[in-house]
Design a binder for this molecule. Structure first.
Ligand code: FE
Length: 338
């Protein structure tokens, strides 16, 4: 007699699984939204028959949302920008372990962790005003702390993930003591209190309000591709430096994502991440935001990136950026980098 309910339960459970599998849906929580995304997602549905439900939002809001939804979260994949935010998702225990031979084969090891992978890269470059600063004085991140540049350095907040990840890379390479010295030097060189985003720093450098700043490469590329007269003027005023070319290489950050621990459609989620590492998807994903693909064999045809040219990229594992996030914030706070 006891067998019947057990069997019944088993049958129902397997029927449930079949129903779920037949749903062919992927719930994608994405902090990336660019024009080329439509084609990116449509191609995935065409290839796999899996329909994508997109929930788009600001990076930190999406993270909060997944956290709050807890075990009931419908989220299958979380895509966001910056290793700092991916690291936070990891810290919160939101990701499932990422197991895929295909991803291991196509994405370099330093751009993966155990539970998330990168799908495009961006560099943090030095932007200077050609009339106010000499290129040879700003060849390295360390140069920005040189008293020579007193009153000339501008930056966005030290609490912003882009700066935290850069600081994490400095800690990784130089150790905490040197990293703090560097942060104090930057603060001593401030032209003004940190404010605005990377593009605001570029504009302030072009206007001469600041002599030098740091920016993610895609903001520079975006201005380079712009046909607006005011943007063309900005580009004319500034010089771009790939930092640390004689040493560690330019600091690299990423866009990336992972499968969520409570994902209802784990198989579809892995399929989607594997799709993002395919040639076509890599092109859409990287080019849509003027970034570089992570798959070495994939080339993008992007006039701004071509103009910026080749450079030596820091090969520091993204895991290190993740590891030193908290330390980075402590050091910025101690140095008074608000
Ligand atoms: Fe950005």
């Amino acid at each position: 007699m006891k067998l019947i309910p057990v069997l019944l339960a088993a049958t129902l459970a397997s029927l449930g699984n079949v129903a779920l599998a037949q749903e062919k849906i992927l719930n994608l929580y994405s902090a990336r939204h660019y024009q080329t995304d439509e084609a990116l997602y449509a191609n995935f549905t065409k290839q796999t028959g899996i329909r994508i439900n997109r929930i788009e939002g600001k990076e930190d809001e999406l993270l909060e949302r997944i956290k709050n939804e807890g075990s009931n979260s419908p989220a299958d994949v979380f895509l966001t920008v910056d290793a700092a935010r991916l690291a936070k998702a990891h810290e919160l225990g939101l990701f499932a372990p990422l197991k895929s031979t295909l991803l291991e084969k196509s994405i370099p090891a330093h751009l993966r962790t155990d539970d998330w992978a990168s799908f495009s890269t961006r560099a943090r470059v030095i932007v200077y005003n050609k009339a106010r600063v000499k290129a040879e004085d700003v060849q390295n991140y360390a140069d920005l702390a040189n008293p020579k540049l007193k009153g000339k350095f501008c930056s966005r907040s030290g609490s912003h993930p882009y700066n935290l990840s850069l600081m994490a890379s400095v800690i990784s390479h130089e150790g905490e003591a040197k990293a703090e010295q560097w942060a104090r030097g930057l603060v001593a060189n401030f032209a003004r209190s940190p404010k605005g985003g990377d593009t605001d720093q570029i504009k302030a450098v072009a206007a001469g309000e600041c002599g030098v700043a740091i920016s993610n490469s895609y903001y520079v590329a975006r201005l380079m591709r712009s046909t607006k007269p005011e943007d063309i003027k900005i580009i004319e005023q500034i010089g771009i430096v790939w930092p640390n070319q004689a040493t560690t290489g330019a600091h690299i950050n990423v866009s990336g994502g992972g499968v969520l621990k409570n994902a209802p459609h784990k198989e579809a989620a892995i399929k989607f991440l594997e799709y993002l590492a395919s040639d076509d998807a890599q092109r859409y994903f990287a080019d849509g935001n003027n970034e570089w693909p992570v798959v070495a064999s994939v080339k993008v045809e992007n006039p701004a990136l071509a103009k910026l040219g080749k450079f030596k990229a820091d090969a520091l594992p993204v895991n290190n950026l993740a590891m030193y996030q908290a330390k980075a914030q402590i050091i910025f706070d101690r140095a008074g980098f608000k």
